[in-house]
Ligand binder design. Structure first.
Ligand SMILES: Nc1nc2c(ncn2[C@@H]2O[C@H](COP(=O)(O)OP(=O)(O)O)[C@@H](O)[C@H]2O)c(=O)[nH]1
Ligand SMILES: [Mg+2]
Ligand SMILES: [Zn+2]
Length: 368
């Protein structure tokens, strides 16, 4: 293999660049080849390799824990990862031998009862949060997804979908969403009529992931951006019958004007996972106000001289937003405490193991 110039790599359309090529040097030397992971299910993953799409075997999917180094040997591949493939793995398939370090990772708290994070997608540059204008926007969900997006290291944008169904409420919805998303581009479009799709295109860069609830119009917008109907949409799903929405399949496709699109199935609950910085960005307006509170540890509750409460009172800060901020902070702290408990338990187990090992060692010495 001799794709030493990244621009000439067949993976360039999938985001392969010079920096990645450099990071891959030792893998090349070891006879491995790069591939981007499109979807993962049950120990196998769909990848796009230099010679085209392939199905590769992957290490058992253990969710990434906070203590694992991202991209380290224990991390299971996820959509968007750059993998190093070894030819002729189990079953004659290529095998994922290593992952390149993740530039960004969208992590939510896993549905499982353990306290680990689950990586939804890796190496994402833009998180497009889809909000349907056909209903009243769920601002709390927007804020939750914004926190997840900011925390990942990617840049969030909000896409208001189905503008053709907004029925005169688009303006209100738009300003409400904008107030819930300070510093974030908010763009309205209709994939049905094509209105605003160019404006959406203009705020997307690099690898883009579409996030939002099922039915928000993500796949339909994805098809509009791709210029062809390749993603299964709601209508298709209904015709297909049940089951499709239960898959965790994610698609990764090159966009015509450059960049890569990752479509995701609707996410039911998205729990925050170690998202303190993401919350700070999401609620930058409140954080800024808080700097002017009389007390440094003001909880913006009943304290005198609270600048946040003053802003609520004079109408500059919607009370809903303060409630949402508190709720998400609490949830994040709770998840962090769970993680701490787990780490403590792991440390304790390790300590016990070492003690056992030492006892055995002493016993063996004593036997001699
Ligand atoms: N009127 C209208 N309907 C849309 C638009 N975009 C999507 N839909 C419909 O909304 C439903 C859900 O769309 P889909 O793209 O599958 O949503 P997803 O679950 O977020 O991927 C489908 O019936 C689409 O036809 C739009 O711009 N206008
Ligand atoms: Mg969809
Ligand atoms: Zn305060």
């Amino acid at each position: 293999m001799s794709f030493t110039f990244a621009g000439s790599s067949p993976l360039a359309a999938y985001g392969w660049d010079e920096t990645l090529e450099n990071e891959f040097t030792s893998h090349r030397a070891a006879g491995l080849t790069p591939a981007r992971v499109a979807a993962v299910d049950r120990g196998l993953c769909d990848v796009v390799a230099e010679d085209g799409p392939a199905r590769a075997s992957a290490p058992a999917s253990s969710p990434l824990s906070s203590s694992d180094s991202p991209g380290g040997p224990v991390a299971a591949p996820c959509t968007g990862d750059w993998a190093a493939l070894r030819a002729g793995g189990p079953g004659g398939r290529p095998a994922v031998a290593a992952l390149l370090p993740r530039r960004t990772a969208i992590v939510r708290s896993s549905a499982a009862r353990d306290s680990r994070g689950q990586v939804l997608a890796a190496n994402v540059d833009t998180v497009a949060i889809a909000v349907s204008l056909a209903a009243r926007p769920d601002l709390g969900r927007v804020e939750r997804l914004l926190a997840l997006a900011w925390e990942s290291g990617a840049r969030p944008v909000v896409v208001l979908t189905k503008a053709d169904r907004a029925a005169g409420t688009a303006g209100t919805a738009r300003s409400e969403v904008a107030a819930a998303a300070p510093g974030v581009d908010v763009v309205a479009c209709s994939a049905a009529t094509g209105d605003g799709v160019d404006a959406v295109r203009a705020v997307l860069a690099g690898t883009v992931v579409l996030l939002g609830p099922s039915g928000a119009g993500k796949s339909t917008l994805g098809n509009a951006l791709l210029g062809e109907d390749v993603l299964a949409t709601g209508a298709v799903r209904e015709a297909d019958g049940k089951g499709r929405h239960t898959t965790v399949r994610r698609e990764l496709l090159p966009l015509p004007g450059g960049g890569v699109l990752i479509d995701t199935p609707g996410l039911r609950g998205v729990g925050l996972f170690e998202a303190s910085q993401g919350l700070e960005r999401t609620f930058a307006d409140i954080e800024e106000l808080a700097a002017a509170c009389r007390f440094g540890d003001c909880a913006h509750d009943t304290e005198p001289g609270c600048a946040v409460l003053a802003a609520v009172e004079d109408g500059t800060l919607p009370p809903r937003r303060l409630v949402s901020y508190r709720k998400l902070l609490r949830e994040n702290a709770w998840a962090a405490a769970r993680t701490d408990d787990r780490l403590r338990a792991e440390r304790e187990n390790r300590r016990k193991e070492i003690t056992r090992w030492q006892r055995r060692l002493y016993r063996e010495r004593g036997d001699r």
